[in-house]
Write a protein that binds this ligand. Structure first.
Ligand SMILES: NC(=O)c1ccc[n+]([C@@H]2O[C@H](COP(=O)([O-])OP(=O)(O)OC[C@H]3O[C@@H](n4cnc5c(N)ncnc54)[C@H](O)[C@@H]3O)[C@@H](O)[C@H]2O)c1
Length: 371
């Protein structure tokens, strides 16, 4: 197959590209605008492979997309390009509307025009795989919200997001992703474009831009800086190692059923504070110093509209496509920390001076425009 991957220089996109080049005979056309979050260094291990091509293109640019489709004749699109950081979406939602909604619309139209030129067999075999997030579902009840504060039991487990959970996005980021999911499903229903949607929980792993919780905490800890905890740190996320996600996505694009949605998650529900404390104790053993890293933990004002709990039921992926994650949270986190310890150069290069791990997404609420 020739797979056109959008956002292939980002965190998850680069894991998908490395997975395809290293583990299959397929070719990849990586279409990426190279925003602050896109880094070609994340692809240095495969960039000279003859099955890999890079195109620096904005997915909002229809003429350039038409050129790439005509030149490359892909058999499938895996659409990961997006603005992806919730705090940035609070500070400046415009880029999220542009790339996540207008960009997805433009890509769908370019794909449809190309798809209409294919033979009937090629049309049937073609796939448009839209990669989305569990944040479109809003948030789930938290154990603390249960009456009387009782712990969930085997008889009364807490609910999980399933493929039929209704959409209730909370942030400009998740609302823009929800919009893009609706557009993708409408292009199947209205035009017959063979689409599939996946919604995944929080990813972590190597090559993660250090604005997100896990890499930010690792790097701040090593530099002796404060480790910011939003609110009480009791927000729950369901963590998945990025290479497990990449494997899942390849399975979906090659074996998934058109029109279906697949939820992908790691069955690793952790409170943010617990994640940070675990990173601190792993660092205590790997890079010991006089004081314990957890002493750097600092509580800061919570994120506006912060979702309390996400958790994914990924049993459909297991049942229908035979996918399960390989890494536990403990093994994945150790690998991730080791990676950051040995790839300080990558960390320095991606923080090009425009972002210094400062807090985003709260100060703007005090301005008239955002309130
Ligand atoms: N990170 C997570 O935990 C997570 C979880 C579930 C789903 N997702 C989804 O997976 C996808 C990838 O997430 P990520 O964490 O790798 O994001 P990322 O921010 O690391 O990377 C996004 C990539 O898209 C590119 N891009 C941005 N705007 C573009 C445009 N207009 N045209 C072309 N390229 C553009 C960037 O240059 C970058 O390479 C996103 O759609 C995101 O919503 C992410």
């Amino acid at each position: 197959m020739k797979i056109l991957v959008t956002g292939g220089a980002g965190f998850i996109g680069s894991a998908v590209v490395r997975h395809i080049i290293n583990n299959t005979q397929d070719s990849v056309i990586n279409v990426d605008k190279l925003t602050y979050a896109g880094n070609l260094e994340s692809l240095s291990s495969i960039e000279s492979n003859e099955r890999y091509v890079f195109e620096q293109v904005d997915i909002c640019d229809r003429a350039e997309l038409d050129r790439v489709f005509a030149q490359c004749n892909p058999d499938a699109v895996m659409h990961l390009a997006a603005e992806s950081h919730v705090d940035r979406s609070i500070t400046g939602p415009a880029d999220f509307i542009q790339t996540n909604i207008v960009g997805t619309y433009t890509l769908l139209e370019a794909t449809r025009a190309y798809w209409n030129t294919l033979s009937e067999d090629a049309k049937k075999a073609f796939r448009f795989h839209h990669i989305s997030t569990d944040e479109v579902y809003g948030d789930l009840p938290h154990p603390d919200d249960i009456e009387g504060g009782t712990e969930p039991s085997a008889n009364k487990p807490l609910p999980l997001f399933t493929e039929s959970t209704s959409y209730e996005p909370s942030s400009p980021y998740s609302a823009s992703k929800a919009s893009s999911d609706h557009l993708v499903r409408a292009w199947l229903r209205t035009y017959g474009l063979p689409t599939i949607v996946t919604n995944c929980s929080n990813n972590y792993g190597p090559y993660h831009f250090p604005e997100k919780l896990i890499p930010l905490v690792i790097l701040n800890a090593l530099e002796g800086k404060p480790l910011p905890i939003y609110g009480k740190g009791d927000q729950i996320r369901d963590w998945l190692y990025v290479e497990d996600h990449a494997r899942a996505l390849y399975k979906v694009v090659t074996e998934g059923v058109v029109g279906e949605t697949y939820n992908i998650g790691g069955h690793n529900e952790k409170q943010n504070l617990e994640v940070v404390q675990t990173i601190c104790s792993i660092l205590d053993s790997l890079v010991p110093k006089e004081a314990q890293y957890k002493e750097q933990i600092t509580y800061v004002t919570d994120r506006p509209g912060h979702d309390r709990r996400y958790a994914i039921d990924s049993s459909k992926m297991q049942r229908e496509l035979g996918w399960t994650p390989v890494e536990t949270f403990e093994t994945g986190l150790k690998k991730t920390i080791q990676w950051y310890l040995t790839n300080q150069e990558w960390c320095q290069h991606v923080q090009d001076g425009s972002y210094q791990r400062e807090r985003l997404g709260v100060e703007s609420l005090t301005t008239k425009e955002e309130v």
